[in-house]
Design a protein around this ligand. Structure first.
Ligand SMILES: [Zn+2]
Length: 172
């Protein structure tokens, strides 16, 4: 991902937080979706490889977007998936593949991802784990890395792997 794209994503997040009066982790990602007028539904997918679905809706027929997340996943994982789908909605308005965007667990775990998947992940991690909040905890607490990851995983309500990646992105 280029620095231009990262800066663009940061701007989209800043605008979202200001326009919808949001801050994380004080607000949950479900509140963020709600303020955007996007319902979030926890669904039991027949296909268990699916982590989440974004329905872009149908503007012509006045149908708004909606997010569906897998009931099989733990809350921390669902939070990330919801934020990831909000990322697609705000960054990738043109899905290019019809009305539905399907996100699967195996794709989310791939080492090499498509640029849109990478961007949605970066959006989700940056939204849910704001850099300045993470840095504040790092410098004030002076915890060792694994204690920091455990603490932040609960504090920001995301999985440990999200915190670990976020620390890499902010060069910890
Ligand atoms: Zn995705």
């Amino acid at each position: 991902m280029t620095k231009d794209r990262r800066d663009k994503i940061k701007d989209v997040i800043d605008d979202l937080n200001i326009e919808q009066d949001l801050s994380f982790p004080e607000n949950s990602v479900v509140v963020a979706a709600d303020r955007l007028g996007v319902p979030v539904k926890i669904a039991k997918f027949k296909d268990e490889t699916i982590a989440g679905l974004l329905d872009y809706g149908d503007q012509e027929n006045d149908i708004g977007p909606a997010i569906f997340v897998s009931s099989q996943d733990a809350e921390k994982k669902r939070n990330f998936t919801i934020a990831h789908e909000i990322g697609h909605l705000l960054l990738h308005a043109d899905n290019g593949a019809g009305r539905l965007k399907v996100d699967r667990h195996d794709v989310q775990n791939l080492k090499t991802k498509s640029i849109t998947e990478e961007e949605a992940d970066y959006f989700a991690a940056s939204l849910l784990v704001p850099g300045h909040r993470l840095k504040e905890i790092m410098f004030k607490s002076r915890m060792h890395k694994w204690d920091l990851i455990n603490f932040c995983s609960d504090y920001f309500n995301v999985s440990k792997s999200v915190i670990s990646n976020r620390l890499k992105w902010i060069n910890f």
